[in-house]
Design a binder for this molecule. Structure first.
Ligand SMILES: [Zn+2]
Length: 121
């Protein structure tokens, strides 16, 4: 089983634990339910191949809450919030387990939007 990061909803502790690929939760030492996190640049996270392509187009200087939330915790939920915040294509039924990486067209749109935002500032 692969190793994943979890964050406890009760005490906030982040810890690593072995889990099945589809396990979304684990149990913290405090007994609380812990949500699985995804981290950037950890090769053993076979299901996180979409993360590098997302982080490559995220505007790291943006103060927008959906951007800050995603950068602080690049989870699937925050990825969906980021997509919604950028008014990009929402997830469709059946995609929730494996969010699609932004393709070249989405990356182009996002970069154009950032350029326009910076130009207007
Ligand atoms: Zn805990």
């Amino acid at each position: 089983m692969p190793l994943y990061d979890f964050r406890c909803r009760v005490c906030g502790r982040t810890f690593e634990a072995m889990a099945k690929m589809d396990a979304g939760h684990s149990v913290c030492a405090c007994g609380g339910t812990a949500e699985r996190l995804l981290s950037v640049g950890r090769g053993y996270r076979a299901d996180a191949d979409w993360l590098p392509s997302v982080t490559a187009v995220v505007d790291r200087d943006s103060p927008a809450p959906h951007v800050r939330a995603f950068l602080a915790e690049p989870s699937r939920a925050n990825y969906r919030r980021w997509l919604a915040g950028e008014k990009l294509r929402p997830l469709e039924d059946g995609e929730s387990r494996r969010p699609p990486a932004p393709g070249p067209e989405i990356a182009r749109q996002v970069r154009a939007r950032f350029a326009a935002r910076r130009g207007a500032a």
